[in-house]
Design a protein around this ligand. Structure first.
Ligand code: GCU
Length: 660
């Protein structure tokens, strides 16, 4: 609750609490989460004590109360204004906490203009997965794909002793609606495997900091735990001793963490152990853990990121994009009620542009959670600005069965929305201060998947930068919008074109490496030659991936003529002279977008420089530094991509610009 001096306040600066802190407030109700609300109010009052003059007031402007009945449901709340008083009511204490942060978001409007309203989360599970290792991994470091310093939870091979930062993190997460958190990497190495058993007290210590903010802890576990930790000679899900081992393990966890959320499992994926070794299916594997968790109300998150990562690049019949559907669609209906299949939003791996994974729409009898990646592995690694809310929003609005069917946001109701966290112990939480927006927007979209990303950006700007308190609010608002709003498509323009994906340096995945994965075992190819580029995933002549979609998408994606431009190279191999719907040829599109992308970064960098007098100096400096790297990186991408395709195709740029 106290603002840590050395840490950026992100979307909860003191100023954002002014409307609450300067008014008399009453909190009615009992329990730990209501106490958290009470502490929040007290802390806000303490900050504005000099200005408020409310002490000893008999009336109150804001009443936050637990009410019997009401229709807001779990985590929901109502807000009403009556004369000069605003009342937030919830039956569920977690709802009161969310209601409190809603008032913070509204600011003065909560007391002057807000109409009566009811809010409830569309998705019950809104979860962040931290890919944090306890022991520093020799290749992946402390946080796998982490671009924001070390872990918030682990240091020197143990849970951090001082968890004040974790409490502050929980507060930020609660303020954007997140209610679940996985504390360790899905790749469970040896040290981390022990968190489940003899080191559960360390997880419990973290859970105690998160739970006052309504956030439940989840743990990534190794499917081989009965062998690794229990000394059994098998991890076979049908083995009675294995089943008993998992039951006891779960029971042990719940004695330490009564509100434990459940397990996250990456099985038979990129070297992690799984049920295949025992001749069992992934439903068998998931159900084993689900059964162990069921008596305690826990859930297993079973990841669908299962594919052959030892592919022969010469083999044109294997298509990695097909893998999740091929593995999991046949298992639909075979998972327990407390098993959630956690599916990456696209069929490959968090590329800047991918179609929506067809397996999500194919699982009508399985609870599905959709996984996003806030950590910017393939989208600039938090050195480049890339606001992902518009990309995520497109995913959530996609309707697998066409216009009349449910969208992904609705289909995720069964399981929830998950993001790989982009936060670490960096003073700005996310390395790049503007990457905070990705964390914030994720929470808000998980609460309301059809929220407008532009509106979320404005909301985040108001909270984080409190423009009204600066000398030129309009310039600050428009500048921030300008640098963030289209930053995803800017990034797309100067990197891999038209849905082709990857083209990154192998291993760390930063910077251009056009053929970096072209002759590798990972199944991520673009097949560029002198005549054309792209992967034929049509049913008629390609891998058949397009047919994993229901109509109308299977038809839309089947031919280059009907396929949307931005996904053309994901679905089709076309000549460089192929004309897009935009009217341009593929090769000219590649040249043009790469020049434009760099120009857009140059413009954003200038805009950011023009905000120097309106943004806190440390924050301004950090972003300015990152813009230098982004611009260098964007130029490198432009020049390598354009040169590569000029050399392959021999087709000159119609604009006659310099290509090397
Ligand atoms: C990507 C990423 C890995 C991660 C994996 C996963 O492949 O590069 O670091 O482990 O996704 O989601 O499991």
């Amino acid at each position: 609750m106290t603002q840590l001096l050395d840490v950026d306040p992100a979307w909860l600066p003191d100023e954002a609490l002014r409307a609450v802190g300067t008014r008399p407030v009453q909190v009615l109700g009992d329990g730990p989460l209501v106490d958290t609300v009470r502490h929040e109010v007290a802390a806000a009052h303490a900050k504005f004590a000099a200005e408020a003059g409310h002490s000893g007031a008999v009336s109150c402007d804001l009443l936050l109360r637990i009410a019997d009945g009401g229709d807001a449901g779990p985590e929901g709340f109502t807000l009403e204004r009556d004369g000069s008083r605003t009342t937030v009511a919830a039956t569920d204490p977690a709802g009161l906490l969310h209601g409190f942060f809603h008032v913070v978001r509204l600011g003065d409007a909560a007391f002057t203009a807000a109409p009566a309203q009811t809010h409830r989360p569309a998705l019950a599970l809104r979860m962040l997965d931290h890919w944090d290792n306890v022991a520093v991994h020799p290749v992946m470091g402390q946080v796998e794909r982490g671009y924001a310093g070390g872990s918030l939870f682990w240091r020197d091979g143990r849970a951090r002793g001082d968890l004040a930062r974790v409490r502050a993190y929980a507060r930020l997460l609660a303020a954007c609606g997140i209610n679940a958190l996985g504390v360790n990497n899905v790749n469970v190495h040896e040290t981390e495997a022990h968190l489940l058993t003899d080191r559960i007290d360390e997880v419990a210590a973290i859970a105690r900091e998160l739970s006052p903010y309504g956030i439940r802890v989840h743990l990534s576990v190794s499917f081989a735990a009965p062998v690794l930790l229990g000394g059994l000679d098998t991890a076979d899900p049908h083995d009675a001793a294995v089943r008993a081992w998992w039951r006891e393990a779960a029971e042990h966890v719940y004695t330490h963490i009564p509100d434990f959320g459940g397990f996250v499992v990456k099985a038979d994926s990129e070297g992690q152990p799984g049920p295949f070794a025992h001749g069992r299916s992934h439903a068998d594997g998931a159900n084993l853990l689900a059964d162990a968790l069921a008596p305690h109300g826990g859930t297993v998150h079973w990841r669908a990121f299962v594919y052959d990562h030892r592919q022969d690049w010469r083999d044109r019949t294997t298509d990695r994009a097909r893998a999740a559907y091929d593995h999991f669609a046949p298992l639909d209906g075979r998972f327990r009620d407390n098993a959630i299949l956690q599916v990456k939003h696209g069929p490959m791996d968090f590329q800047v542009r991918e179609p929506v994974s067809p397996v999500i729409g194919a699982l009508s009898r399985t609870r599905v959670a959709v996984e996003l990646q806030a950590t910017q592995e393939y989208t600039g690694q938090q050195r480049h600005v890339c606001a992902l809310a518009p990309a995520w929003s497109e995913v959530l609005r996609f309707r697998p069965d066409g216009a009349d069917g449910p969208d992904i946001g609705r289909l995720a109701r069964g399981g929830g929305l998950v993001a790989v966290s982009n936060a670490g112990d960096d003073p700005f939480w996310t390395g790049h201060p503007l990457a905070q927006f990705n964390l914030y927007a994720f929470g808000r979209l998980a609460w309301q998947p059809d929220a407008d990303p532009d509106a979320l950006l404005d909301e985040w700007i108001e909270l984080t930068f409190t423009p009204d308190r600066c000398a030129d609010p309009a310039r600050l608002r428009s500048g921030l919008r300008a640098v963030l709003r289209d930053s995803w498509t800017t990034y797309e323009k100067y990197t891999a074109p038209l849905g082709s994906g990857f083209m990154v340096q192998p291993g760390h995945h930063y910077g251009p490496g056009i053929d970096g994965y072209e002759y590798s075992p990972w199944g991520t190819y673009h097949f560029a030659d002198r005549d054309g580029i792209g992967v034929d995933r049509s049913l008629a002549t390609g891998t058949g991936y397009a047919a994993q979609y229901a109509k109308p998408w299977s038809e839309t994606y089947e031919t280059p003529e009907s396929c949307p431009d931005e996904l053309l190279l994901f679905f089709h191999h076309v000549p460089y002279g192929h004309r897009l719907h935009s009217g341009k040829t593929v090769i000219q599109h590649i040249y043009d977008t790469h020049f434009e992308g760099v120009e857009e970064v140059e413009a954003a960098r200038r805009t950011w420089q023009s905000l120097a007098d309106l943004v806190a100096p440390a924050r301004h400096r950090r972003v300015a530094e990152r813009y230098e790297e982004q611009l260098r990186g964007a130029r490198e991408w432009r020049d390598q991509v354009n040169s590569y395709f000029l050399r392959k195709s021999g087709v000159p740029d119609a604009g006659g610009r310099r290509i090397h």
